[in-house]
Design a protein around this ligand. Structure first.
Ligand code: CIR
Length: 254
């Protein structure tokens, strides 16, 4: 959770057509832009340098740069997003990563979204989901090994978009998660904090250096984290939430 660098992508006007499981109405372009600008400002204040990529009209979900790639200080991996409308995002981010990293690997087969990947000191957890299949997860483990990292395949709760929709790393030993994911037992060896019932979407929080960013629509989660000594900064995720996104999705971090 210690980072120096972020990559984000400005939302295009097509973001209003982003994928979603339940239609609660389109987000507005202006609303997403405002949330995105506040995110850039907030992470900059947390001490990271932010590279802002230009909008991609052809890819409504391309603001969620977390999904087409994985980055580590030692190198990057270009992924194969599991949603057909997002597959082309990898080719868009590839040249940027090739400029910034001396090692850039390609996921050779299968499908994997970065939203299904939780990096901890012990391992890189890869959640199987509707976007990440076993073939992709196994191929990803091979790529991770080339970077000197250990990958581990885990399950994502049913009907949850991504593994990280339901969890985030608060520090090296603590994970914020939902009751349904905690129940699966994946976080053995970690301390867990559970988001209050009704605030499941708050589990996709984002620890950056000394602060934890949490969706401002989830005040009870903010209070819970503050009561455990975390420095909490609420960020609005109302519009991006309409297209199933939270705070980790909007950046690549290393
Ligand atoms: C999608 O369904 O792909 C986007 N609407 C949301 C992606 C969220 N990404 C993430 O959690 N890493």
């Amino acid at each position: 959770y210690r980072f120096d660098s972020f990559i984000v992508r400005t939302p295009s006007s097509s973001v209003v057509n982003g994928l979603r499981a339940d239609d609660r109405g389109n987000p507005t372009h202006a609303g997403v832009l405002t949330e995105h600008a506040a995110y850039i400002h907030a992470v900059s204040q947390a001490g990271v340098e932010v590279t802002v990529l230009p909008p991609l009209e052809a890819f409504p979900d391309s603001i969620f740069v977390e999904d087409p790639a994985l980055v580590f200080p030692e190198g990057a991996i270009l992924l194969r997003p599991g949603a057909a409308t997002r597959a082309g995002e990898t080719a868009e981010i590839a040249p940027v990563l090739k400029r910034l990293f001396s090692t850039v690997l390609d996921l050779p087969r299968g499908f994997a979204d970065g939203g299904d990947v939780l990096t901890t000191q012990k391992s890189v957890m890869i959640g199987l989901s509707a976007r990440t299949n076993r073939e992709g997860a196994e191929a990803l483990i091979e790529c991770l090994a080339k970077l000197g990292r250990k990958g581990e395949i885990v399950e994502t709760p049913k009907d949850v978009l991504h593994f990280k929709t339901d969890c985030s790393l608060l520090d090296e030993e603590t994970v914020l998660t939902t009751e349904r994911l905690e129940r699966s037992g994946v976080f053995k060896g970690f301390k867990t904090l559970l988001v209050p019932a009704g605030e499941e979407a708050a589990a996709n929080a984002l620890r950056v250096n000394d602060v934890v960013f949490v969706g401002s629509d989830y005040p009870r989660t903010g209070e819970l984290l503050a009561s455990h000594g975390y420095k909490v900064v609420p960020l609005k995720t109302t519009e991006i939430g309409k297209i199933d996104a939270g705070l980790s999705c909007m950046s690549l971090r290393w």
